[in-house]
Design a protein around this ligand. Structure first.
Ligand code: FES
Ligand SMILES: [Fe+2]
Length: 393
């Protein structure tokens, strides 16, 4: 069935979605329209990105009181800051006077001063002073704090949620402990390197790619396939209603170093790990966040939609915090190690980026029809089903 004949939000579109929701090996992929339509994108922003917990960074991005950075989520400008009590909070970066963005970029501040008329806010968002504002009637400063946004730190990751009624984040992923993730110590790692890419593809192409191994022999023939071949992956499909997926590359002792052999000591926690969980777990927390762990390192990917057909992808390499601290201090040995791990990232990311853009161009065909999934793509199927239920029906 040609996509042009089946607008997604129509009775015919409902029939298309019914095919998407069949069991994985009987199901169709999403129609191409889902990857370029502005109406679909709007639905996803409203029903997913304004409702779900979204990772915006790591605890170590704001290590000290007054450290802050700015970001955007579903078009909303945000400030993430650490206050005097050590709490990491998030606020709308919109002045309560007449709406100017209060701060730009990242840095350290004692207070946030709006550049327009000088209103001054505390690190916890409360309004402190309003220059030359005397005489204004019925004005209560305490009611004009920056709008708070829910924020939660989980294993060192900072998640925010624009939905004031959102349930806490941590319980949503608690079941992941079934796969002994605690052995990997996500919270004990710190970022050493970041890479960002602006790609001309819908955000879902990238997320789906991150949870299927079917493409590894073709897209990553020289880079990943030799170390982590497609058939070594186990997709954990025995979860049905969780807002995440897990797959494990069953490659004991695997490393993201250039040789695939660790340049760092393997933590003691791995002495008694169940062998089926030893290797490279990938957790994909819906909608747009992936953690890729090995015994010695961790990287994570934030897939940020910037439009129906554009996406900003950020991947950050994290190493044990002592190594990361030595790297930041300029220690030559730690620098050599950190750079060796980081240099493995750009080659395989370039391969995924190029593929996502080629897929996007193909999905733009007016004659294209929905495709199919195989058993190496069952997590991608779970993800698109989750998206469809949240945003399309
Ligand atoms: S808009 Fe911020 S002080 Fe006027
Ligand atoms: Fe890939």
């Amino acid at each position: 069935m040609a996509n042009t004949a089946t607008p997604l939000f129509s009775p015919e579109g409902a029939a298309v979605l019914a095919n998407v929701m069949k069991p994985a090996l009987q199901a169709s992929t999403l129609p191409a329209e889902a990857y370029w339509s502005p109406a679909v994108y709007e639905r996803e922003m409203e029903r997913i990105f304004r409702k779900e917990w979204i990772c915006v960074g790591r605890r170590e991005d704001v290590p000290n009181t007054g450290d802050y950075f700015t970001t955007t989520l579903a078009g909303e400008p945000l400030i993430v800051a650490r206050d005097e009590s050590g709490e990491i909070g998030a606020f709308l970066n919109v002045c309560r006077h007449r709406g100017c963005e209060v701060v730009q970029g990242a840095g350290n501040a004692e207070r946030f001063r709006c550049p327009y008329h000088g209103w001054l806010y505390g690190l916890n968002g409360e309004l402190k002073t309003t220059p030359n504002f005397a005489g204004v009637e019925n004005f209560d400063k305490s009611k004009h704090a920056l709008h708070a946004v829910k924020a939660e730190v989980w294993e060192g990751f900072i998640f925010v949620n624009l939905d004031r009624d959102a349930e806490p984040f941590a319980p949503r992923v608690s079941e992941m402990s079934r796969w002994q993730f605690e052995k990997y110590g996500f919270g004990d790692k710190e970022v050493t390197h970041s890479f960002s890419y602006d790609i001309a593809a819908n955000w879902k192409t990238y997320v789906e790619n991150g949870m299927e191994e079917y493409h590894t022999p073709w897209v990553h023939a020289e880079t990943l396939q030799p170390f982590m071949p497609m058939l070594g992956w186990k997709e954990l499909t025995d979860v049905s209603d969780q807002p995440w997926t897990v797959m494990i590359g069953q490659f004991p002792g695997i490393s993201m170093s250039p040789t695939g052999k660790s340049l760092l000591p393997i933590p003691d926690s791995f002495k008694d790990i169940d062998p089926q969980f030893d290797g490279m777990p990938i957790a994909n927390i819906f909608p747009n966040f992936l953690i890729v762990a090995t015994p010695d390192s961790m990287s994570y990917i934030m897939v940020e939609p910037t439009g129906p057909e554009t996406t900003r992808v950020t991947i950050r390499m994290c190493l044990p915090k002592e190594v990361a601290a030595a790297f930041r201090a300029g220690d030559p040995e730690a620098t050599k190690i950190a750079e060796a791990y980081a240099e493995t990232i750009p080659p395989f990311m370039a391969e995924d980026n190029m593929t996502a853009e080629a897929q996007q161009r193909g999905l733009r065909s007016k004659l294209a029809s929905s495709g199919r999934y195989c058993k190496y793509e069952q997590l991608a199927w779970r993800f698109v089903n989750w998206v469809a239920r949240k945003a399309y029906i």
